[in-house]
Design a protein around this ligand. Sequence first.
Ligand SMILES: CC(C)(COP(=O)(O)OP(=O)(O)OC[C@H]1O[C@@H](n2cnc3c(N)ncnc32)[C@H](O)[C@@H]1OP(=O)(O)O)[C@@H](O)C(=O)NCCC(=O)NCCS
Length: 144
Amino acid sequence: MATGDMLMTAAQLAALESHCFKEPWSEQTILDSLRSGNYVFSYIRPDGSDIPAGYACGLIMPDQCEVQRVCVLPEFRRRGFGERLMNELRTAFEASGACSVFLEVRSQNTPARSLYKKLGYREIGIRKHYYADDDAVIYMLELR
Ligand SMILES: CC(C)(COP(=O)(O)OP(=O)(O)OC[C@H]1O[C@@H](n2cnc3c(N)ncnc32)[C@H](O)[C@@H]1OP(=O)(O)O)[C@@H](O)C(=O)NCCC(=O)NCCS
């Protein structure tokens, strides 16, 4: 991606994050991830819009991958976009040759936990008080 496109994408995704998370990623964090060769991104652009209504970001490491972010603007939820984003990340993870995918999520995040369960992720642990106001639940998916 050209530098100008990266700057524009980072600004758009930071705006998206601010509508989806209590602790949104900053534009700089997103820019660093876009510049790094280790992250994969997928986007939802309804009706060919230039502005994404959802995105997902995953980290690819030699043997395992992590889902870092998945979000969809509130007005576009429950249309299958979150599932599509997760499936696109999975395709990229499989192509990397990694064996497994990990992610962690707030225990009270019912929509995300339902999504992960639907896609075959298995709950493997809990980190008590990981967030100031919640526990983290760790999920894993075997790729092969
Ligand atoms: C989690 C999130 C990405 C789901 O996106 P979405 O586009 O609404 O999800 P989908 O329409 O693809 O739903 C797929 C499945 O997820 C689950 N799900 C999604 N929203 C749900 C809700 N509000 N309640 C219960 N289950 C839900 C269901 O299993 C659903 O399958 P179904 O439609 O067959 O019931 C979205 O709610 C979101 O952006 N949340 C804020 C950001 C966030 O918390 N991200 C996760 C942590 S990084």
